[in-house]
Design a binder for this molecule. Structure first.
Ligand SMILES: *Cc1c(COP(=O)(O)O)cnc(C)c1O
Length: 381
């Protein structure tokens, strides 16, 4: 099966991990800070904080923004469930903003409308979580502009998007948001096996995240309440979790990052080959909005809804690991039980019913890609 996404592990990555295994520290050593520094430099942002997953990063971002019972958090239906679950971990209420079907991302007009209604009903969200679907940035400038009249915080879910740029700035700079979150799951752009990083411009928020990811404990005397602490003393100041990244993961990530540009360039080349093959055919694909350079985590085509399932099965039968991103979150049974219903976010639902994700990753060969395209055309009526 040609997978839709796959990690690329080179000998240098393996050496980097082995070196850590032979070193003094498997966790809480020098690798995590070094990995964080690389990301901070890459994203031109003062703070980058590594953790055990993007899901953990989203949870801590919500906690640091003091999301709690009685608060609302908004995200989009076209995302992985983790973008919505983070609000529920904090006992907040979740709601969704519909998408623009041409990009798969949050629709500014839908947001504007929903904000107006919510303002009238006194139900404005505390936090909004736009998703950089497929590796291109959501329209952050417009989103930031729309929420400005209200006191609404923004967390970018950039799980797909490390290496992409928005208005000529690296995604992760977090200038339109309070936090930006990356995932390093193996199907994403670069991997740490499991892992995530959260970036921010805000010193106080960064300090809070550092505390929360490690039990709410500090070992820095200048941050402690106790005066003249004993040398063994540590202090728990908040109810944190253990969301730390290991040294092995950070070493792998650091090694992977040396090839980030190469990966993103190759993904863009392969995406351009798909686009060339589909131009002037009935197959359409998601647009990368103006001002965006996509990291191209996903290449999504749109086919007539009545053909989607058959095409999917036939492609799989031909050894092509097509996928679907995403089943609208509000269609999941867990969310239906919260009161969401089908038909509630029609753009995301129509998008979903037409979507097929084609394989795209740096190790995909042009011959494999040509086979995928040829097979797809042969299956069209
Ligand atoms: C992968 C992904 C996540 C979760 O990432 P993990 O690192 O696996 O926790 C969250 N949001 C989106 C959009 C993702 O694609």
């Amino acid at each position: 099966m040609i997978p839709y996404g796959r990690q690329d592990i080179q000998p240098a990555d393996i050496d980097a991990v082995i070196e850590v295994l032979q070193s003094d520290f498997l966790t809480q050593g020098p690798q995590v800070p070094a990995f964080e520094t690389r990301i901070a430099t890459l994203c031109d942002v003062p703070y980058a904080l590594a953790m055990s997953s993007a899901t953990a990063a989203l949870h801590l971002a919500c906690l640091a923004l003091e999301v709690g019972p009685g608060d609302w958090v908004w995200t989009v239906p076209n995302t992985f469930v983790a973008s919505a679950n983070c609000a529920l971990y904090c006992q907040a209420q979740i709601d969704f903003v519909d998408i623009d079907i041409t990009t798969g991302m949050l629709c500014p007009a839908a947001l504007e409308q929903k904000l107006k209604t919510a303002a009238q009903q006194n139900r404005l969200p505390k936090v909004i979580i736009p998703v950089h679907f497929g590796g291109a940035s959501a329209p952050m400038q417009q989103i930031a502009e729309l929420v400005r009249p209200y006191d609404i915080k923004i967390i970018e879910d950039a799980s797909h998007a490390i290496g992409g740029t928005y208005l000529a700035q690296p995604i992760g700079q977090a200038i339109y948001s309070d936090f930006c979150v990356f995932s390093f799951h193996p199907v994403k752009i670069v991997t740490t096996a499991e892992g995530g990083v959260l970036t921010t411009q805000d010193t106080q928020l960064a300090k809070q995240i550092e505390l929360l990811r490690s039990h709410g404990i500090t070992r820095e005397p200048e941050l402690m309440q106790k005066e003249n602490p004993e040398p063994w003393y540590y202090e728990q100041q908040a109810l944190g979790l253990n969301y730390r990244m290991t040294e092995l993961q950070a070493a792998l990530g650091k090694s992977q990052l040396t090839r980030l540009n190469q990966y993103v360039t190759r993904r863009n080349e392969l995406a351009a080959r798909y686009k060339a093959a589909f131009s002037g055919t009935p197959i359409s694909y998601l647009e990368v909005p103006q001002g965006c350079y996509s990291a191209y985590h996903l290449f999504v085509i749109q086919v007539p809804a009545e053909l989607r399932e058959t095409l999917f099965k036939q492609m799989r039968a031909a050894g092509i690991g097509v996928n679907v991103h995403y089943i609208p979150v509000h269609w999941q049974p867990y969310y239906q039980a919260l009161g969401f219903y089908k038909g509630q976010f029609p753009q995301a639902e129509q998008y979903y019913q037409q979507a097929i994700t084609l394989p795209l990753h740096p190790r995909l060969t042009e011959a494999q890609q040509d086979f995928i395209v040829k097979r797809l055309f042969s299956l069209l009526p």
